[in-house]
Write a protein that binds this ligand. Structure first.
Ligand code: TEU
Ligand code: CA
Length: 530
């Protein structure tokens, strides 16, 4: 597929455990997804990124895979999966599966064999040392080395103890993982989101747990092959201006694109659980920077605000109480009318905010529990629970709130696998769609404009912002010109913009210049005969 065609894609991320429960056991599943495909079509998306649905003991909610070729019991069967992809394709919706290449579950047969003896043929599928060789830390806290009694040695786990890292220097591992890619491509999958792909190459001599010298070789071996080069790939491996083209430049035969996380890191402290302010003027500068880099280097940029690992953007970088509607719609216009491939996380399209819980027993994410245990003797319970509520990945993994009914329409069960959203009675899709101020309706308009306008999909980008406090930009292609104006959290007096036809917005504004209220946004257009 010519890379330009990916600019027609609008991707919706589904975290299957929390999306929709099709069989009333309190856990989201594949049949629940299939039941919602007409809804996704109505929203205007044409691709789904499905977080892992493979067999897993769920120490990291599916990112610990025990069988790459079969479906997790709680999510359904391979036949349910086949029905789901067939129904997706029947609606013109592509399927991007999550590809977890760096590690397996410790319950995977490969690891069970590997840990049983140093002579086992699978032993070298993983990374072992007689003694702890360095101070590498797991991303979920604590040492990245775990002792294994049977062989009296340590194995590496960059994430949870139940997620042993694969040894990609072993050609058998590379062969196995290429076969996993081929299996799902053979099943009709259109693309892969590649989990922490840059971790598959390590460099012990240089003390690097990721980004080792063989990374590009491995990625080419996975996705540069003739039989899969047509497949869409997006890497979870953020790179800066000087390296990004090395892994997703069109000539590289590696990835189609990556998630570039600079806009997630603004204001972030070393400790992701400590509240930090995300300055919206810095956000604007970061987005302008990456629009220009991707234009200059002919790269596909990914446009995203929310995902399953981070707080809701309107809670982290906005005002999800007094200006929830305005904020959710302002960020929709700001991000999804830029040049790139939109990624929308389940529930953000109706302005889902972060929930708030009083006790650690309300949380279950491994990263969150580890953080609580590591800090409970150092901080007051009040301070620690405040941090947990700010930084926990559970924030965006609570069962989705579809209606005002029982369990907010997520499930008919008596209990759901995770506590219900604490604001589900106030913020759910049913109420949103009945409201004058519907975030969902705004997303529909934005995605419809994206689909209709070549300026939005393929056009140039020009920053028209004159001062801090707002973001204004133009998208131009042929005779079609679109102007997007997004005010930030204060009142702004904006001047110097062209006065074009008003298309839509989230407030009373109808002319491009003049006074904008907090998070007020509006979109304008000029069509020239050419
Ligand atoms: O996340 C990798 C990653 O970067 C994590 O450190 C993430 O940034 C962190 O959890 C944020 O607090 C990927 C998946 O997206 C995540 O869900 C998995 O837990 C992780 O890999 C291991 O597979
Ligand atoms: Ca279920």
């Amino acid at each position: 597929m010519p890379r330009r065609d990916y600019l027609d894609w609008i991707v919706y991320q589904i975290y299957p455990r929390s999306f929709c429960d099709g069989n009333g056991d309190g856990i989201g599943d594949l049949n629940g997804i299939t039941a919602k495909l007409d809804y996704l079509k109505m929203l205007g998306v044409n691709a789904v990124w499905l977080s892992p649905c493979y067999k897993s003991p769920n120490c990291d909610n599916g990112y610990d895979i025990s069988d790459y070729r079969d479906i997790m019991d709680e999510f359904g069967t391979l036949d349910d999966w086949k029905r789901m992809i067939s129904e997706m394709h029947a609606r013109g919706i592509k399927l991007i599966m999550d590809f977890v290449a760096n590690h397996t579950s410790s319950e995977h047969v490969w690891f069970k064999e590997a840990r049983s003896s140093r002579e086992n043929p699978f032993h070298d599928y993983y990374i072992w040392r007689d003694e702890i060789p360095n101070d590498w830390q797991s991303c979920f806290g604590g040492s990245a080395w775990e002792y294994n009694e049977e062989t009296e040695e340590y194995y590496l786990h960059s994430f949870a103890v139940g997620q042993p890292d694969l040894n990609w220097e072993n050609p058998k591992v590379r062969e196995e993982m290429c076969a996993v890619v081929d299996y799902w491509v053979g099943m009709g999958v259109d693309g892969f989101r590649c989990d922490v792909l840059n971790f598959i190459s390590k460099d012990f001599a240089k003390g690097k747990i990721c980004d080792g010298d063989r990374l590009h070789e491995y990625v080419k071996e996975l996705f540069g092959r003739e039989e899969v080069k047509h497949v869409f790939t997006v890497g979870e491996c953020s790179y800066g201006e000087n390296e990004i083209a090395d892994i997703c430049g069109e000539d590289r035969k590696e990835l189609t694109c990556i998630f570039q996380f600079d806009h997630f890191c603004i204001g972030k402290t070393e400790d992701k659980f400590v509240k930090a302010d995300l300055n919206l003027n810095d956000l604007r500068k970061t987005l302008v920077k990456w629009q220009n880099i991707c234009e200059r280097k002919n790269l596909l940029y990914t446009l995203f605000t929310d995902n399953h690992d981070n707080a809701h953007y309107i809670s982290r970088a906005g005002n999800d109480l007094q200006f929830r509607y305005e904020c959710a719609t302002a960020y929709c216009a700001m991000f999804y009318l830029l040049k790139g491939i939109p990624f929308i996380y389940q529930g953000q399209e109706w302005g889902t905010p972060d929930p708030h819980y009083p006790s650690i027993t309300d949380f279950c994410d491994v990263e969150t529990i580890n953080y609580y245990d590591a800090h409970k003797d150092k901080l007051s319970e009040e301070e620690l629970i405040g941090r947990i509520n700010f930084g926990s990945r559970d924030n965006t993994r609570r069962p989705l709130c579809w209606t005002n009914d029982k369990n907010y329409g997520f499930s008919s069960a008596e209990r759901t696998w995770s506590n219900l959203h604490t604001r589900g009675g106030e913020v759910n899709l049913e109420q949103d769609r009945e409201s004058e101020k519907s975030v969902f309706a705004f997303y529909q308009k934005t995605l419809a404009l994206r689909k209709e306008s070549e300026a939005i999909r393929f056009g140039s980008f020009e920053d028209c912002t004159e001062k801090d406090g707002y973001f204004a930009y133009k998208r131009v292609c042929g005779g079609d010109e679109i102007l997007v104006v997004v005010n930030f959290d204060g009142e702004s007096e904006i001047a110097g913009l062209p006065e074009w036809e008003y298309l839509f917005g989230n407030g009373q504004k109808r002319s491009a210049n003049g006074r904008y209220s907090p998070f007020e946004t509006a979109v304008y257009r000029k069509r020239r005969k050419i």
